[in-house]
Design a protein around this ligand. Structure first.
Ligand SMILES: NC(=O)c1ccc[n+]([C@@H]2O[C@H](COP(=O)([O-])OP(=O)(O)OC[C@H]3O[C@@H](n4cnc5c(N)ncnc54)[C@H](O)[C@@H]3O)[C@@H](O)[C@H]2O)c1
Length: 340
């Protein structure tokens, strides 16, 4: 199977492409390269890559693929809030144009990396795929809008699938410390303390980055008609946590660490999610999964290997918004995030 992976140079992309390579898929990456100099502890695997902005994609870029896995985006809430119009241009408009071209080019499956953040300020526990959307940010809104646009593009031969990923954690050669588990683990490793900006009461479902990659593989391999237009929450029912409990769970590894809380932040995002559908549809998803504890242990091993210091942990290289702002500040990216 020949697969195009957009956002191949990002946190999930680096892990997913390596997995696809080991499973002998023929893959081509596509990425504009915002994080090309942000390796951590390891390097992403070498794969043929189209260096291009998704806003500039042409038909020729999408020829001869059986499937597209679409990861490229301004991909978290703080970055998505830098400029809401830009987030709409990149995350929504460019994604839907890409999908329209893919359909024209007879791509069969279009796997969209959506997010559980579309449930936003979730009022109930165990929100399943039928739950009402309640996006709280431009980033989450873009995921809702792309899912809606893709539904309109679907046909007998073009099958969009929505993978609504939980909040990722774990090691990737394109590391991110702006993700809650990676961030708290980095704090405690480098300072012996856990410092939280908020009171830690919001709920977040967590999923290891390797398990997100595995989920994409299950969908790639599934018969087209069984996954056509399906939305799946990607994660595990026992991996919903209040953020303060993530912090306390780190005390197993650092028994003497202090945990400091901030004030309620006014951030309305909280969601507790039900993952039964994907786990029932793909029972093997349970096998080889990584729990929060296992993922943290693995992170700590990588931190020890590189002797992670506080300045490196806090550097722009591993925080999306900081890296993008830096590239603008030094004049490499323009205000629309095109390379100059
Ligand atoms: N990481 C998570 O916790 C999480 C959770 C749910 C959903 N997702 C979604 O999964 C996808 C991948 O997330 P990630 O964590 O790997 O993000 P990331 O920011 O690490 O990677 C995104 C990649 O897309 C590229 N990119 C951004 N804008 C582009 C553009 N205009 N043209 C071409 N390439 C562009 C970047 O260079 C980067 O390499 C995103 O769509 C994100 O919204 C992530």
């Amino acid at each position: 199977m020949r697969v195009l992976v957009t956002g191949s140079g990002g946190y999930i992309g680096a892990v997913l492409c390596r997995l696809l390579q080991t499973m002998n898929y023929e893959i081509v990456g596509l990425d504009t390269g915002y994080f090309k100099s942000c390796d951590f502890c390891d390097r992403p695997s070498k794969i043929p890559t189209i260096k291009k902005d998704i806003r500039s994609i042409e038909k020729a870029d999408i020829q001869g693929f059986d499937a597209v896995i679409h990861l490229a985006a301004l991909s978290n809430d703080p970055l998505g809030s830098l400029d809401a119009t830009l987030t709409d241009d990149i995350n929504t408009c460019a994604s839907l144009r890409l999908a329209a071209i893919a359909k024209e080019q007879q791509v069969k499956k279009f796997l969209f990396s959506s997010s559980c953040s579309i449930y936003g300020a979730g009022k109930d526990f165990s929100l399943n795929e039928e739950a009402q959307f309640n996006p709280q940010t431009p980033y989450a809104r873009s995921k809702v809008d792309v899912e809606a646009g893709l539904r309109e593009l679907a046909s007998d031969t073009f099958s969009p699938v929505f993978l609504r990923n939980a909040t990722a954690f774990g090691f990737s050669p394109r590391m991110r410390f702006d993700l809650v588990v990676n961030n708290l683990t980095g704090w405690v490793f480098t300072t012996g303390k856990i410092k939280m900006a908020s009171d830690g009461t919001p709920w977040r479902p967590l999923v290891h980055v390797n398990d997100i990659a595995r989920a994409f593989l299950f969908v790639l391999d599934a018969p087209q008609q069984t996954v056509n237009l399906q939305a799946y929450n990607i994660g595990y029912n026992d991996q919903n946590f209040q953020i303060k409990d993530i912090a306390f769970s780190l005390q197993e590894f650092f028994p003497h660490c202090s945990v400091e809380f901030g004030q309620p932040s006014g951030d309305t995002r909280t969601y507790h999610v039900d993952f039964t559908k994907f786990n029932t549809s793909f029972p093997s998803f349970q096998k080889g999964r990584k729990t929060l504890r296992e993922g943290v242990k693995d992170l700590l091993e990588h931190f020890a290997k590189t002797a992670l210091s506080e300045p490196t942990f806090r550097s722009r290289l591993y925080t999306r918004l900081e890296q993008i702002r830096y590239l603008q500040l030094v004049g490499k990216l323009d205000e629309k995030l095109y390379w100059k």
